[in-house]
Design a protein. Structure first.
Length: 322
């Protein structure tokens, strides 16, 4: 257990200090493999997509499990493996940097630069957005990715160690690649999208709870979560975005454009005000606080669960064998 705790702390610190690795990022390597495999396996049906998802996500998790098992009895190498995996799967610092870069461009009145930078953060069509629309897109992306890129990974790392970290990131990456409702991926990406919904469920709820606890408007966050989250098409993004919207006192949702597809989503926290450029930094600060507290909560949960299992084992051993 100690090797996991020290490794998770080191990996989180590495993300805070350095952000994503600049070269040879494991997630990018995984994405390249998945892209090549998709070309071979693609069919316009769910069965082919399920096979693709199983090979990619299952292969990543099994590889991580093998490494975890080989080093489990060696504390220092296991801590190093956990640190490397945690650093690789977390994306909180890169998320904050990209959001702040778009915010800085908007604050300087450089709409073209903001539009050019936005695709680094989310899949919205920047050509269809004015300054306020870009600011809203950034705040929504910060909220959603606080769960996807930070809290969800920490939850699965605490629950299942290195295999949980790697498996969660693999599933989340597949969802980003094929889980959207484009004509090509409507059926093929169905299993990846549904698996991501399941994997993201606990992290999204913890993210929302922490946003309620740490945000400037707790009552507003609770109200928006309760009243508006269920109207969002995503069972996980809706929870986090609604909690962030209420906590920050802003309106999120509405009309969106993805690669020429226009979506009309429900407004989250309709009583709030329109998003302003300054709200980007407010969202980033809340995201960072949520991530830091999530680390503490998940590690404390792992310690508590390990202690309970140890107590049960000792109690069972004390009864003797009949």
């Amino acid at each position: 257990m100690r090797s996991h705790l020290s490794g998770a702390l080191l990996g989180y610190a590495a993300d805070v200090l350095f952000g994503d690795p600049r070269r040879g990022h494991p997630v990018a390597v995984f994405g390249s493999f998945a892209t090549r495999l998709e070309r071979r396996l693609w069919r316009d049906d769910r069965a082919a997509g399920a096979l693709f998802t199983a090979v990619c996500a299952g292969g990543a998790a099994l590889t991580a499990a093998a490494a975890h098992g080989a080093l489990r009895a060696r504390p220092l190498p296991h801590a190093a493996l956990t640190a490397a995996a945690t650093w690789a799967v977390l994306g909180g610092t890169s998320l904050a940097r990209e959001a702040e870069a778009v915010g800085a461009a908007l604050a300087a009145g450089d709409l073209d630069a903001a539009r050019e930078r936005l695709p680094h953060l989310c899949g919205r069509d920047p050509r269809a957005l004015d300054a306020d629309g870009i600011a809203r897109a950034v705040v929504e992306s910060v909220a959603e990715n606080t769960s996807d890129a930070v809290v969800g990974a920490l939850v699965w790392g605490a629950a299942a160690g290195v295999p949980g970290l790697v498996g969660f990131r693999a599933v989340n990456t597949l969802d980003a690649m094929v889980g959207h409702r484009s004509p090509r991926h409507l059926r093929f990406g169905w299993s990846a999208a549904r698996l991501d919904d399941v994997a993201g469920w606990p992290g999204a709820r913890l993210s929302a709870l922490l946003a309620v606890a740490l945000g400037p408007d707790r009552a507003g966050a609770v109200r928006a979560w309760r009243e508006d989250a269920g109207r969002h098409p995503s069972p996980n993004a809706g929870v986090v975005e609604a909690a962030f919207a209420g906590a920050l006192g802003v309106r999120l949702g509405g009309t969106l454009s993805y690669g020429g597809r226009v979506e009309h989503r429900p407004v989250l926290n309709p009583a709030g005000r329109a998003v302003e450029v300054a709200d980007i930094n407010r969202a980033v600060r809340l995201s960072r606080r949520v991530g830091a507290l999530a680390l503490a909560v998940t590690l404390a949960g792992r310690v508590a669960a390990t202690s309970v299992r140890g107590a049960r084992t000792r109690k069972a051993g004390g009864r003797g064998v009949v």
